[in-house]
Every structure is written in C-alpha cells, then in structure tokens.
Design a protein around this ligand. Sequence first.
Ligand code: NAD
Ligand code: TYD
Length: 354
Amino acid sequence: MNTFSKKIMITGGAGFIGSHLVRLFVNNYPAYLVVNLDALTYAGNLENLRDVEGRVNYVFEKGDILDEARIGELFGKYQFDAVIHLAAESHVDRSIKDPLAFVRTNVLGTVTLLNACRQYWGKDMKGKLFYHVSTDEVYGSLGETGFFTEETAYDPRSPYSASKASSDHFVMAYHHTYGLPVVMSNCSNNYGSHHFPEKLIPLMINNIKNNKSLPVYGKGENVRDWLFVEDHARAIDTIFHKGNIGDKYNVGGFNEWKNIDLVHLLCRIMDKKLGRPEGSSAKLITYVTDRPGHDLRYAIDATKLNRELGWKPSLQFEEGLEKTVDWYLQNEEWVRHVTSGDYQHYYADQYAKR
Ligand code: NAD
Ligand code: TYD
C-alpha cells in the first residue's frame, strides 16, 4: 500500500457524481489509491463502477459515514492523505418528507468524518486535505437576474439545502478552529449518465421512453443552471490539485434553463431518437402541484474557478443532453436494476465474498 503516492478516501463513490469522480481518479492517477466508501443506500450502486472494479489502485469499502468505529478502522488501515466527501442524501423532495434523515447523513455524517480527520492526522496536517463537495442550493433562490458568487450569503430554503449549508459551515469551522486543511466547491445541477431516475432529467427520459406522463412542478418557470457531470468531476480534480487551502469555488455551466423549456427540448430529442412523430412526447407533459418552497432560480458565477485555476465547461448543453439520452437508451438494464435495487445487493455480496 505504501507504493501509492497518495491514499484518498472518496465518500459516496457509488452514487451519481461520486462514480464519475472515482472513474476519473482511478484512470488518470494510477499512483493514487482510491478507496470508495459508500453505504449503498437506494442512490448508490456498484454497477456504476463495473469498469474499474478489480483495478489495482481501486478498493470499495462498504460503510456508513455516521459509523465512527468503521471510519476509524479505515483510517487505521489505509492511512488516508485526503478525503473527498460526496456521500449525502441529495434529493430535495425526499428532504421535505424526512428532514431528519438529511440532518443525520449530511450534517452528523460530515462532522463524523471531520472528527476522524482531526484524530488521525493529529497536529501535523501538512500534505493532508479534506475536500467537501457541496451545492449552489445553499445560496437560496435568485430572482430574474443576478448570480451566486463565492461571497453570496447563505440562505438555504429546503431541508436539503439547510443540511448542506450546515455541513459547509462545519467544514469551514474545522479549518478556522482546528487548522484542518479543507477546500470546498458549490456546484449547480448536474446531468449525465448514471443519474438516479428520481431527478428531473433521467426521470423525464425514462417517462418519455415508457409513454408515461411528465410531471412538471407548478408552471415549469423555475430555472436551473445545468452542468455535465464529467465537467464537474474535472472541476473537482482541478480544485483538489490546485485549489487554495481554506478556499471555496463555485462550479457551474453558465447554462440556465427554465424547466418547461428543458422538458420540451428533451421531448424533441427523444422524438427524433425513438422515431416518433414530432410533438408526440410533448403531449405527455402534465403540470402538477408545485414543490413546497420551490426555489425559483439558481445561477452560478464560476468566474473565480476559471480565472484562478483555468477550469471551464467542455460541452454545449444540447450535445451533453444527446449523449445522456443515448446512454439511457443503451442502458435500459441499468435503469431496471437501480430502480429494483437487485444488483445493488448482488455487487455488495460479491465484494463481501472477496
Ligand atoms: P447521489 O444521491 O447520487 O449519491 C449519494 C451517494 O452517497 C450514494 O452512493 C449513497 O449510497 C451514498 N451515501 C448516502 N448516505 C451515506 C452514508 N450515510 N454513508 C455512506 N454513503 C452514503 O448524490 P449525487 O447527486 O452524486 O451528489 C453527490 C454530492 O454532490 C452530494 O454531496 C450533493 O450534495 C453534491 N451535489 C450534487 C449535485 C447534483 O446535481 N446532483 C449538484 C451539486 C452538488
Ligand atoms: P431536481 O432534479 O430534483 O433537482 P433540484 O431540485 O435539486 O434542482 O429538480 C430540478 C428542477 O425540476 C426543480 O426545479 C424541480 C423540477 N422538477 C419537476 O418539475 N418535476 C419533477 O418530477 C422533478 C423530479 C423535478
């Protein structure tokens, strides 16, 4: 194990963004050992990482970030140099139904990890790093104009964003109080392959394919700023290697879409791909009761990340969306498996047998 130049724990690596990040690190940094710690909740699935399974610089460890003893055991076993923390409850609608689950995982789970870093890294924290992956939703809701910058005051308005905001504050508090080397990024909405089909884009793709109604909340006027997930993974890579300790960076696509326009665009792409008459998928659009406290608009100003570290998005939205649609159409099995949960346990069992 000491042959690796860095040993990195990535939490939540079996989820949507985490699996893209694990793949990027395992492929691009053979000198790093990547340890994926994931509890495999409904949102985590090892099928997302079949292509890196068995690689010498990759290990999966099942575990809950709330489980202090398990985290301690892993710190002892691997002597981590860095933690990149993505494990979270991530769906706003679920947070409205069960806020405490979000407090547990997102707040207590993060603090449990911070404590482990303090304890195992001791006083000499040189060369160590805790990277916290967060969201633009902590900034609240914008009106028709303006952008979130790194200086925008936090104003979370859903239980999900309140739990992420709280975790962000703890990360910065551990930096200021205990000198823990941290860095943080707040990203806009991601889209791409391996996205659990409860979120807007994969849900709509799946429903269009199956001729099911397309539930648009309220009037569909809410605006989100969409970023291709592989661009987010590249941003995390850049910030991990070049970001200033104690700093935070906004990550976004400069790509704002009203939900209803986005759903229409998806319908047009899907009509073409499925050989359906133009306009047929749009007939499935159904306006439904709005989400309580639904934030009107998110828009990220990612200038700092571009200016200081040279990152920018690589894909035009239409191109990324077509790629995403193609992936879902070619991976119908994956959708079946993640929604049934069967394979989640199959893969976990395979690991347990090793
Ligand atoms: P996801 O829901 O797809 O994946 C979360 C992963 O965390 C899953 O693999 C799950 O099994 C794991 N997990 C959950 N609770 C755990 C626990 N207690 N212990 C260990 N593992 C646990 O989420 P995602 O969309 O990939 O988001 C990853 C991170 O990025 C989150 O912190 C989220 O707040 C942040 N983020 C997401 C977006 C987005 O658009 N999806 C945008 C900005 C920031
Ligand atoms: P979502 O993917 O849940 O991400 P977030 O709430 O974190 O931005 O939702 C994206 C937008 O789409 C949000 O404005 C809510 C809306 N939405 C719908 O209109 N219908 C749906 O079925 C879902 C899941 C979301």
